[in-house]
Design a protein around this ligand. Structure first.
Ligand SMILES: *[C@@H]1O[C@H](CO)[C@@H](O)[C@H](O)[C@H]1NC(C)=O
Ligand SMILES: *[C@@H]1O[C@H](CO)[C@@H](O)[C@H](O)[C@H]1NC(C)=O
Ligand SMILES: *[C@@H]1O[C@H](CO)[C@@H](O)[C@H](O)[C@H]1NC(C)=O
Ligand SMILES: *[C@@H]1O[C@H](CO)[C@@H](O)[C@H](O)[C@H]1NC(C)=O
Ligand SMILES: *[C@@H]1O[C@H](CO)[C@@H](O)[C@H](O)[C@H]1NC(C)=O
Ligand SMILES: *[C@@H]1O[C@H](CO)[C@@H](O)[C@H](O)[C@H]1NC(C)=O
Length: 401
């Protein structure tokens, strides 16, 4: 969101020439051939077939369609399309359906921002995408794209935002992804991607947001992830990683959200996670984590959502009553049979869904001195329900798809 706002800001900062008379100056018009290409794209894509009539000068500031932004050329005085948005807006009538075969004609535009989201575009991402070399932000999310992520995409060196989420893309992420050194936001979540996370992501040192959740990624994430010092959001739930939790994640000082749930992680929670002082959300639920909860987790002063449920964690919970109160129902430790609460905080045990420890003053150092729960608690954690993040694909009545 921040990045999108930045873009909007950048675009609106560009001085606009607003015409006040009906006589169009050359600098108010588009290059005639570019205009014809734009018309032909719109006529094939738009449900509004009267594009030529309704928008004789689509770039004219006062008359342009909401999905278009234009800028004055540097070498000529014409207006050029710098942004094209094809998004399904429920309350607006500028709904488009996009055909795959029309991609090539788009290479004509030096657009910086291209959004084709929640349309029903299908097929592969064409290699010709590399010709859109001015792209700074590419959003193809919530479509029906299939096939692999083309390596040509990695030639778009100016990309700051790349969102391919909620499609059906398959295969591995090309190692060439490391060429996108400007990238701040990368979202590949909810696809069918496989393989391991390529080592080259360590070169994406501008990254602030990376989402790879709901895919088929597996294996140890690259050690070089620790280089991404600006990373604030690492969203990787629901992948068959089946490895130990990477200690590298503990070296990302700016991390605010770390989501690694449902991913077959085993071993202990690395103590170094306690050094993620800006962490607000830690989701490790539904893995195969063992051992104690690291003592320092209770020191994370910004955390407000901690889910460690459905693991094999054991021993005494290292949180004081202040911590337990602060997180309230956003703390979930249920489904860890061997976890127990210090009797001094026994009052809270029902809410937490854990039992009370049968020794008050010891902490588990190893398995031979394991603290056992006193009794089975009937308590259940109050479930924290959030509105489902589902976008319903409404029938758009697309012509020609
Ligand atoms: C959208 O189009 C329909 C039918 O063409 C029309 O009835 C409706 O008023 C339009 N809505 C807006 C917001 O323009
Ligand atoms: C934590 O966040 C604050 C506010 O966003 C920021 O000023 C600070 O630098 C961050 N801490 C680290 C270690 O990055
Ligand atoms: C937690 O914070 C307290 C007070 O700052 C400190 O004494 C203690 O060593 C910290 N514990 C860990 C495990 O970092
Ligand atoms: C924790 O995760 C479990 C399993 O996914 C889920 O059912 C529960 O609602 C979550 N709890 C919280 C507090 O987010
Ligand atoms: C495990 O705990 C037992 C009993 O407290 C102790 O004697 C033993 O040294 C511990 N082993 C290790 C490896 O810490
Ligand atoms: C306390 O835990 C030990 C195992 O560490 C177990 O043998 C004992 O029965 C437990 N006591 C109670 C009262 O549950």
């Amino acid at each position: 969101m921040l990045i999108i706002l930045l873009f909007l800001l950048l675009l609106t900062c560009h001085p606009r020439h607003v015409t006040t008379n009906n006589h169009l100056q050359p600098q108010d018009t588009m290059d005639p051939s570019e205009l014809q290409t734009l018309y032909s794209i719109m006529e094939t894509l738009s449900l509004d077939q009267k594009w030529r009539l309704n928008y004789p000068n689509p770039c004219k500031p006062s008359a342009s369609w909401v999905g278009i932004e234009c800028k004055r050329g540097v070498t000529d005085s014409h207006l050029h399309v710098t942004r094209l948005d094809f998004v399904f807006h429920q309350n607006q009538n500028n709904t488009f359906c996009v055909k795959e075969q029309n991609w090539k004609s788009w290479t004509f535009f030096p657009a910086a921002i291209l959004t084709i989201s929640q349309t029903r575009i299908s097929g592969r991402i064409p290699p010709e995408i590399s010709q859109l070399s001015s792209l700074v932000h590419l959003d193809l999310s919530y479509n029906q794209l299939t096939g692999a992520i083309p390596v040509e995409l990695c030639k778009l060196r100016n990309l700051v935002g790349l969102d391919l989420s909620y499609n059906s893309l398959t295969g591995p992420v090309p190692n060439a992804i490391g060429q996108l050194g400007m990238l701040q936001k990368l979202d590949f979540s909810s696809n069918l991607l496989t393989g391991s996370v390529p080592n080259s992501v360590e070169k994406l040192t501008s990254l602030v947001f990376m989402a790879l959740s709901n895919n088929g990624f597996h294996g140890k994430p690259p050690v070089g992830l620790a280089n991404l010092k600006g990373l604030e959001y690492l969203i990787m739930d629901n992948n068959p990683m089946s490895t130990e939790l990477p200690t590298e994640f503990g070296h990302l000082p700016k991390l605010q959200e770390l989501r690694l749930a449902d991913s077959g992680y085993s071993g202990e929670i690395p103590a170094i996670f306690s050094q993620l002082s800006n962490l607000t959300t830690l989701s490790l639920q539904n893995n195969r984590l063992t051992g104690n909860i690291p003592l320092g987790l209770g020191n994370l002063s910004h955390i407000y959502h901690l889910n460690l449920s459905k693991n094999w964690l054991s021993g005494e919970i290292p949180f004081d009553s202040g911590f337990l109160k602060r997180l309230g129902k956003n703390l979930d430790l249920s489904g860890n049979g061997q976890l127990c609460l210090n009797p001094l905080q026994a009052y809270d045990s029902v809410k937490l869904g854990v039992d009370v420890c049968n020794r008050s003053n010891a902490r588990v150092g190893n398995s031979s001195s394991r603290i056992q729960p006193l009794k089975k608690s009937e308590g259940r954690v109050v479930e924290f329900s959030r509105p489902a993040l589902f976008f319903v694909f409404l029938g758009l009545g697309c012509v020609g798809i």
